[in-house]
Design a protein around this ligand. Structure first.
Ligand SMILES: *Cc1c(COP(=O)(O)O)cnc(C)c1O
Length: 408
């Protein structure tokens, strides 16, 4: 039987100490032991089910981790204080001095900056490639390569990684395939397609209420144990631990993720089609015109759709800024970075979230000045939203002359 994500979340059952329908929150940094011997065994990693200290693990974090592992179909997971707090320990756990990483060149700005500017201090080098070209990826692998790194749907250009193809390369060359699935929770299940480790920034769709940062690493029990090891585990030693109160809060939001993703995807698809019909250069994996539309279709869990992220190119940064300001004034969304909120969020990546990437490299990867990235909200009346957005575009003469004349 095919693996069905989210169904496993619905089947999870944890009660609170007093039979509450939500698990009790573990509001403790440290834990008592009935015997000194058990404390020693726990330090050695030999006492299952015993808690030691909350930077290592806590009941609330384990509940959230298990729910996310159920979503991704991995053995287990470890939640972290932020998405970057998941990405950086995974890289540092898998790589040491002299090692090499092959990474997609279109990735989250913070991840790019970490790999480009920070890890070289530890003599870890990264080659950035066009991840959609498997032959280029393979040609870039060296005898020192340890990790293939990509986002299933990339930020901000919405390129789609061929996870099956990449996992075959990873197996052939004995590498770990690490996939950041932040843009496509539920829609794509990277481990089912052969990835070794899946990361999310919980800050985005999964928590969905823009009230916290958070992250998760989903993988095998062995890898997650390694990350938590008191002697050499990167999560344990770098200390990017999520707080228990927050873990309990994210878990409650996670339960509605499947419904929210369906609405984000429905609204995203509607607006993408409409924007394209206005003659705007629109990128959305659900459009036939997307270069990887078929690939996305071949990988997706269809009931969750093509996601809530889309981009349009309005020609120049000035026009992009004017449009975003006007849309905000009309209460169509917020001029803000991040994604996955109930309100639509828009930003110009070239001057914001991807500003870590030098301008010449931005140009080379097709990241133009007039690009606006939208995280489409949960609007109940998306038809009205579109009509109002169209009116903003007409007011600012964003559309080509012929369309403009037609619409006035
Ligand atoms: C936001 C984001 C991150 C970083 O997550 P934080 O929670 O902000 O640390 C990583 N990857 C992607 C794709 C993101 O969108």
């Amino acid at each position: 039987m095919a693996f069905k994500p989210a169904n496993n979340i619905q089947d999870l059952q944890y009660f609170g100490e007093f039979g509450g329908v939500n698990p009790s929150i573990s509001d403790s940094s440290t834990y008592t032991f009935l015997s000194a011997k058990t404390m020693f065994d726990t330090f050695e990693g030999n006492a299952d089910g015993c808690y030691l200290y909350s930077r290592h693990s806590s009941p609330s974090n384990l509940y959230l981790g298990e729910a996310l592992a159920a979503m991704e179909g991995t053995e287990t997971a470890n939640v972290t204080a932020s998405g970057m707090g998941a990405i950086t320990p995974v890289i540092m756990q898998l790589c040491g001095a002299g090692d090499h990483i092959v990474s997609s060149r279109t990735i989250y700005g913070g991840t790019y900056a970490f790999l480009k500017n920070f890890t070289p201090r530890f003599n870890i080098e990264t080659s950035f490639v066009d991840i959609t070209k498997l032959d280029v990826v393979e040609a870039t692998i060296t005898k020192n390569t340890k990790v293939l790194y990509c986002e299933s749907v990339s930020n901000p250009l919405l390129e789609v990684a061929d996870i099956k193809g990449l996992s075959e390369l990873a197996k052939k060359h004995n590498l770990k395939l690490v996939v950041d699935n932040t843009f496509s929770p539920l829609s794509i299940s990277p481990v089912q397609l052969g990835a070794d480790v899946v990361i999310h920034s919980l800050t985005k769709f999964i928590n969905g209420s823009s009230d916290t940062v958070g992250g998760v690493v989903c993988g095998t029990q062995e890898f997650i144990n390694d990350l938590r090891n008191v002697n050499d585990g990167a999560c344990m030693l770098l200390g990017s631990t999520m707080d228990s109160l927050r873990a309990a809060s994210v878990l409650k939001n996670l339960r509605t993720l499947h419904i929210r993703m369906q609405q984000h995807s429905k609204n995203g698809m509607y607006l993408a089609k409409k924007f394209e019909s206005l003659g705007l250069k629109t990128v959305y994996p659900g459009l036939e015109s997307h270069p990887s539309h078929q690939l996305f279709k071949s990988m997706m869990n269809p009931q969750y759709g093509f996601g809530g992220m889309l981009t349009i190119d309005v020609g120049s940064l000035d026009k992009a800024n004017a449009l975003m300001e006007l849309m905000q004034e009309k209460n169509l969304g917020y001029l803000a970075v991040s994604l996955g909120f109930y309100k639509t969020l828009f930003s110009a990546p070239g001057s914001s979230t991807s500003s870590e990437i030098p301008e010449d490299e931005q140009a080379e990867m097709g990241l133009s000045d007039g690009l606006i990235r939208f995280s489409i909200g949960l609007d109940a009346d998306i038809e009205r939203t579109f009509e109002m957005m169209k009116a903003c575009m007409v007011e600012l003469s964003i559309l080509d002359d012929k369309k403009q004349a037609e619409l006035i």
